[in-house]
Design a protein around this ligand. Structure first.
Ligand SMILES: Nc1ncnc2c1ncn2[C@@H]1O[C@H](COP(=O)(O)OP(=O)(O)OP(=O)(O)O)[C@@H](O)[C@H]1O
Ligand SMILES: [Mg+2]
Length: 268
């Protein structure tokens, strides 16, 4: 079970605070993520979810706090550092370049090359084939016409291509999904949940931010609740209920000891 593991966690964030001028967006937040688990982060608008994730992806520097991976201290001063540590995030809308095809998007910045008369040229055939295989085999998504521009893809297909882009960096160890089903219809939401389900259970740690408690309860191993920039509680999904999580979100349930990390479930 995820709560009783030997050895250091894949990721630990300890005492993370973030000020924006006078506004304290995060206040002493702890987060633990194990390899192979999906941790959901929930909380009301402005609770600090995106800010916490942006600290992990090097978009913001924390005002206070420490981060370790495999028990080793790390610093994440910028986006590049987070990628080098194997941390990547998929955002709903910024994810794709509309005038590129799905394979071009998957390999954007990591293009495959072949040698032509001693000169490196783009290996479009290999990118097409590998991207199609990745989307189909690992994510269970077929695009129909793989050569059409991303502009014409549906929301769920776009999201899958964005996840594919993160996955071809084979070093990815922590994948963050920020509202993966936010803009999707019911059918696409279902497919996206299946995509996320397929990613689970490998060595990768997944963090999913979501306002959709249905999705959270279906997919997550643990649920972390933020309220007004503080950790309101962490629960094992199997040991909690929607009522309890909602109570933590709005503050009608107070967690006496909102300890972070594994084994913190105090289900009633
Ligand atoms: N760059 C910034 N400058 C100033 N304040 C910011 C900045 N980014 C976030 N904030 C503030 O920090 C707080 C937390 O915002 P954050 O975006 O982390 O919330 P969230 O939990 O992701 O909310 P939502 O569910 O609406 O996405 C909010 O009060 C927000 O206005
Ligand atoms: Mg947000």
């Amino acid at each position: 079970m995820v709560s009783e593991r030997a050895g250091p966690a894949l990721l630990e964030m300890r005492g993370i605070s973030k000020h924006f001028g006078g506004l304290q967006a995060l206040n002493g937040v702890d987060l633990t993520l194990h390899a192979g688990e999906l941790l959901a982060i929930v909380g009301d608008n402005g609770a600090g979810k995106s800010t916490l994730i942006k600290i992990l992806t090097g978009v913001y520097a924390a005002s206070e706090g420490a981060i370790t991976m495999d028990g080793q201290p790390v610093s994440i001063p910028n986006r590049r550092a987070s990628i080098e540590l194997g941390i990547d995030a998929v955002y709903q809308n910024l994810a794709l370049v509309d005038y590129l095809t799905a394979p071009e998007n998957v390999y954007l910045g990591n293009e495959l090359k072949r040698s032509f008369l001693g000169i490196p040229v783009l290996d479009n055939g290999a990118m097409r084939e590998k991207a199609a295989r990745l989307l189909k085999d690992r994510l269970g998504i077929s695009l129909g016409n793989i050569d059409q521009h991303a502009f014409f893809l549906s929301g769920g297909q776009r999201q899958a291509v964005a996840i594919g882009r993160a996955l071809i960096q084979e070093t990815v160890r922590i994948l963050i999904l920020d509202e993966p089903t936010a803009a999707l219809g019911p059918e696409e939401t279902r497919r996206m949940l299946e995509v996320v389900q397929r990613l689970k259970g490998k060595e990768m740690g997944l963090i999913m931010i979501s306002h959709q408690l249905e999705d959270v309860f279906e997919l997550s191993d643990r649920i972390m609740v933020l309220r007004n920039g503080r950790l309101a509680g962490v629960r094992r999904t199997a040991d909690t209920s929607r009522q309890e999580v909602l109570g933590l979100i709005v503050g009608s349930i107070r967690d006496g000891e909102a300890e972070a990390g594994a084994g913190s479930a105090v289900a009633s």
